[in-house]
Ligand binder design. Structure first.
Ligand code: A3P
Ligand code: MG
Ligand code: MG
Length: 382
């Protein structure tokens, strides 16, 4: 059984003599040619409004409206409004897959495969948030933050939902004032770069409300795994070189100003991997970075084409490799398929990873880890 498993997962999983198999994460094990990844296709959109209410439309989509030059003058003030124009989403509320499942339930007809021999209501092996997959992609290179992913098999589809680790919860609850302001600045940058209408201009005096979100739902395939996932998108550029979604979307990011080649290298190594993974997965073609000075002003803008990021890092042998990230993700999904075989929405396998360790899991029936809502199970069973 163990050797079958090894063969199936590319020779990687290790079974200790007393426990269940675990998936190693060392980059060298996944340093193979880039796996097949189908160009992501947008299959739907939804929005979350200022009260965090779901709407099955694109009402929250915003439009890319950059300044005339890459050195905005007067510079954007990312601190502006932090004290009095900031409505913060309640991060203590665990939404899980709720909004995505709502979209899925409302779009069942289009998601059903006519010739699916398994008779699945959903023609996808995996359903999840893009952000969860981003964490999987960067795992072989991550040295600080672990993760917990809950997985249930329900009517032929594996659902992946994140649980907060105790360390992340503590960090969130004890976040320093400086860090809170930095988070705000990331959202404020979006206000300076986007308009509410295709021909509009940004209104940086408005309120920053982090309940608001526009999400794209995409379908794609990684190796033998079909994926359906949703991801939050910052804005669209209908006049850019790629007119169609998801390629017309632009991801906005902020980063500390870089002063030396060494700082730039370090930015490529530790930060650009996350930016790349986040945008590559849903097929977002461009990332625009705002580099900020200590006073919160944006001193320069820079565009990164997602598909060209590998060129920036390929000559640095100690840097990350896109192929390692994707091969690891493929192996992780194969691992889930191998481990989670009982079709039961009340059964949860909790996959845990901490830096320096392989991915391991525990099994839970019923109780606090169950994440597929009853309304969803009933709807999809009908
Ligand atoms: P930056 O991206 O400039 O860091 P996103 O870039 O994914 O659209 O997210 C927008 C902003 O939300 C981020 O701006 C950051 O301020 C905040 N943010 C996103 N993920 C976060 C996380 N895990 N912890 C804290 N803040 C986060
Ligand atoms: Mg965003
Ligand atoms: Mg962003």
């Amino acid at each position: 059984r163990c050797s079958d498993l090894n063969a199936e997962l590319g020779g990687n999983p290790k079974r200790s003599s007393w426990g269940p198999p675990a998936l190693p994460v060392e980059p060298a094990l996944y340093d193979r040619p880039f796996p097949f990844y189908r160009r992501p296709a947008e299959v739907g959109r939804f929005s979350l409004d200022a009260q965090r209410c779901y709407h099955g439309d694109a009402r929250q989509l915003r439009y890319f409206a950059p300044p005339a030059t890459m050195h905005p003058t007067p510079p954007f003030d990312l601190r502006h409004g932090y004290r009095d124009r900031y409505v913060r989403r309640d991060e203590g509320l665990r939404e899980g897959l709720e909004h995505l499942l709502r979209w899925t339930a409302q779009n069942q007809e289009r998601l059903r495969a006519k010739d699916d021999i398994a008779g699945r209501p959903l023609n996808a092996d995996f359903v999840t948030w893009r952000g969860h997959l981003t964490k999987v992609l960067t795992t072989p290179y991550e040295r600080q933050e672990g993760w917990l992913l809950a997985v249930s098999l329900f009517r032929g589809t594996l659902y992946i939902s994140e649980e907060e680790t105790p360390a992340t919860q503590l960090q969130r609850e004890q976040r320093s004032e400086t860090l809170k302001e930095l988070t705000y600045m990331g959202y404020k940058f979006e206000r300076y770069m986007c308009a509410d209408t295709p021909d509009g201009s940004p209104d940086p005096t408005g309120v920053v409300n982090t309940n608001e979100a526009f999400c794209t739902v995409v379908r794609t395939r990684l190796g033998s795994h079909s994926l359906l996932f949703a991801g939050e998108v910052d804005c669209t550029d209908p006049c850019g070189p790629w007119a169609e979604p998801p390629a017309c979307y632009i991801e906005l990011k902020t980063c500390k100003e870089l002063h030396s080649p060494a700082q730039r290298r370090s930015f490529y190594r530790y930060k650009l991997i996350k930016w790349w993974a986040q945008s590559f997965l849903p097929g977002v073609s461009r990332i625009m970075a705002g580099f900020r000075a200590p006073d919160g002003s944006v001193v320069a803008l820079e565009t990164f084409e997602t598909m060209k990021i590998f060129q920036l890092i390929r000559d640095d042998p100690s840097c990350w490799k896109p192929a390692v990230c994707m091969n690891f993700c493929e192996a992780f999904l194969a691992f889930l398929k191998r481990v989670v075989t009982e079709d039961d929405p009340h059964l949860v396998h909790l996959f845990a990873w901490e830096p320096g360790h392989p991915v391991s899991y525990t099994r839970h029936h019923g109780g606090e880890h169950v994440f597929l809502p009853t309304w969803y199970v009933e709807t999809m069973s009908g």
